[in-house]
Design a protein around this ligand. Sequence first.
Ligand SMILES: [Zn+2]
Length: 169
Amino acid sequence: MTVDPYGRSCRCGNRGCLDTVVGAQGFLELLRDVYGERLEISGVLEMAEHGDMRCRRALTDAGRALGAVVADLCNLLSPERVIVAGPLFAAGEMIIRSLRETVDHRAIPAAASRLEIMRSPLDERAEMLGAIQLALDAAAVGGLGRLGGGRGAARPVVGAAGPASRTGG
Ligand SMILES: [Zn+2]
């Protein structure tokens, strides 16, 4: 999903995809000029917690970029819930707040007010569990029950920002 038609090249071949902004690798590229090539998400979160303004700003901007996309989805589909997952969301309110504020600002009020935004309890296991569940479904071994503790719990999520992000394209 394109968020900046003149943005950075994406691994999918397009430019300015959401993945180049909130995917872990794209996000880190924004900060590696300053903090070096070995910077990882965990380091960003730690610096942000200790008040580093660049890291805090980068997280806020990522939340805003995602919020703009979620607001459009909200206007089109009016979902009841958006579930986010991936290492960036370990930042908690530092990223979720700007995501929420952007949705509230840009989406139709009636759609935004009913929307719940939450972190996936599966987090980084979501992709693995989803892949296993697909394999189980394909093998028609439903008698084993679903993974992740509940019906549908291992299904893909919206707005992910994992290492192998699902937001690209
Ligand atoms: Zn892309």
